[in-house]
Design a protein around this ligand. Structure first.
Ligand SMILES: Cc1cc2nc3c(=O)[nH]c(=O)nc-3n(C[C@H](O)[C@H](O)[C@H](O)COP(=O)(O)O)c2cc1C
Length: 146
């Protein structure tokens, strides 16, 4: 199953990610601030400023964006048109689906939506071993004609 990576300031998203992982039978979620994913992941983050992506999430995506497969964002209904807008911004920039927009810590229905999305995702084949080798080692050594 896809890894979960969360970014959280006051704990809503961290708790949501932990609950989703438990309900999906996934590994414990990684922290975008502390950890580095080894493969594709679902990002769960929050909305800051006025409909903005948090700086810590941006810094994480600058490094690991190519492995992003979907996004969940928390927000508060109080923010009207900017509700959970971080999800839409990230989805548009990275070409991935918005899996859920949640109010604060989310509901059981939100968790079920994310778990269903995780379970429906086909498992990705790992990239071929040769493509993870340093460039210089991708081709067999050739002694030349002498
Ligand atoms: C300074 C500040 C700005 C916020 N701006 C937005 C916003 O533009 N849109 C939104 O939906 N929620 C906004 N929120 C609400 C948070 O995204 C929401 O409380 C979220 O659940 C926080 O997640 P966390 O507890 O994991 O940090 C803002 C919260 C703070 C403190």
């Amino acid at each position: 199953m896809l890894a979960l990576v969360y970014d959280s300031l006051t704990g809503n998203v961290r708790r949501f990610a932990q609950q989703v992982a438990g309900e999906a039978g996934a590994k414990a979620p990684l922290s975008a601030r502390l950890d580095a994913p080894e493969g594709p992941f679902l990002l769960l983050t929050y909305t800051f400023g006025t409909g903005d992506v948090p700086g810590s999430t941006r810094a994480f995506l600058d490094r690991h964006g190519p492995l992003l497969r979907g996004v969940v964002a928390s927000g508060s209904y109080h923010w009207g048109v900017n509700f959970a807008r971080a999800a839409d911004v990230i989805a548009a920039e990275y070409g991935v689906p918005v899996v859920a927009r949640i109010n604060k810590g989310g509901t059981a229905a939100d968790r079920a939506q994310v778990v269903a999305w995780l379970r429906a995702r086909p498992i990705e084949a790992p990239s071929s071993p040769s493509s993870s080798l340093p460039v210089a080692r991708r081709h067999p050594w050739n002694p030349g004609s002498n």
